[in-house]
Ligand binder design. Structure first.
Ligand code: KG4
Ligand code: ZN
Length: 354
């Protein structure tokens, strides 16, 4: 296991990331190049622009990850790369790079599912984490509750029927006129600390549905209306009038939004724990991962949920919760050890000639 050294490449959304990880979980080098700046300037991910940004830095990011590890391509055992879900134009940048490296050094390739990587990185962080476990995966594009039975064996207990929680955080931050150059979620979490979370009454989503699914579109609309009704709304656009009033009234909205957004998570997790225990009585751990899981308020609220249910919480450090290459390399390792990988591609790809 220790001899195994895997390069992981991640380009599914707005971060270009690469890492080199050893089979025993030792992180040898990791680099993330973020497009958050672009995002805050243009207000979202434009696939073509994101693709160009990935293409611009991918060679450098992979090289820096190898340099940080004091290794070269010769030392690698395999290359793992995110193949979905994500923006196809962006995924292609990573996959093309992975095939080039693998072709050049005659290495097997492992295609990795982005959400599986968010879940499995918890096993790198916590050596004692055994299957089966329950995982809440919360990011910009996904909200998932899964029962992980084994590598590659997952039962989906719940998903979002519309928006993911990260999307709700990002939009709320934007409507509140926050500086989102480091991402909407962190900015909102910070402002919420100053607010009164009971001051604005938002409705908890989906309470009438006794399942484990999520919905954040309705909460987003509630927040938008609350902002509009408080701002000197000129042209019906809360974005343009978000400089409204004092910081305190915006903090109140942020805190009230966050409380309800997270109560929705708590309720769904409570139910999912019950469901999971019926399916797998030995379940004793809830993994929480994905970019939104770096949120401290969410971590502390979920720690009460697990306490009440006498299970354990495993939450990777923020750097491994947001998109990164380590989770991809690690998931590659988990699959590789089970013999699940593709043969090396030809040394020269057709596109190398054009
Ligand atoms: O997993 P991730 O890095 O990328 C996707 O796969 O989508 O997640 C990104 C999401 C963004 O919506 C970002 O605002 C959110 O994670 N996020 C946070 C925090 N840090 C990142 N949301 C709330 N609180 C945070 N501290
Ligand atoms: Zn992600």
């Amino acid at each position: 296991r220790e001899e195994l050294v895997v390069l992981g490449i991640e380009t599914s959304c707005d971060d270009t990331a690469a890492a080199v990880v050893r089979g025993n979980g030792q992180i040898l080098g990791q680099i993330v190049s973020s497009q958050a700046d672009l995002l805050s300037r243009y207000g979202g991910v434009a696939p073509k622009m994101a693709e160009e940004a990935h293409s611009l830095v991918i060679d450098q990011v992979v090289q820096q990850a190898l340099d940080a590890s004091n290794l070269t391509g010769e030392d690698l055992s395999a290359v793992a790369v995110t193949i979905g879900p994500g923006l196809s134009l962006c995924l292609r940048v990573g996959v093309t790079k992975a095939r080039r490296v693998a072709g050049r050094f005659n290495l097997p390739i492992i295609g990795v599912h982005h959400m599986e990587a968010h879940a499995l990185v918890a096993r790198l962080v916590d050596n004692d984490l055994q299957f089966p476990f329950l995982a809440l995966l919360i990011s910009g594009g996904h909200n998932l509750l899964i029962l992980a039975r084994d590598v590659g064996h997952y039962v989906q207990l719940g998903t979002t029927i519309d928006d993911a929680i990260g999307e709700a955080y990002d939009k709320t931050a934007r409507w509140l006129g926050l500086n989102i150059s480091k991402g909407g979620g962190p900015a909102l979490e910070e402002l919420a600390r100053e607010g009164d979370s009971d001051s604005v009454k938002f409705k908890i989503p989906m309470r009438q549905y006794k399942d484990c699914n999520f919905s954040y579109a309705g909460l987003k609309t509630q927040v938008r209306l609350a902002i509009e009704s408080r701002s000197a709304c000129v042209d019906n656009n809360p974005i343009s009038s978000a400089s409204f009033q004092d910081r305190k009234s915006r903090a109140d909205i942020a805190a009230s939004f966050q409380r309800v957004a997270v109560l929705h998570l708590e309720e769904r997790c409570e139910r999912a724990i019950q469901w999971a225990k019926e399916m797998e009585p030995s379940i004793n751990c809830l993994v929480v991962s994905g970019g939104v899981a770096s949120n401290q308020y969410i971590r502390s609220r979920l720690s009460y949920v697990v306490e009440r249910n006498r299970i354990r919480l495993v939450c990777p450090p923020p750097k491994l919760c947001t998109d990164n290459g380590v989770m991809v390399a690690w998931t590659g390792i988990e699959h590789f050890l089970l013999g699940r990988f593709d043969q090396p591609p030809p040394a020269r790809e057709p596109e190398d000639y054009v």
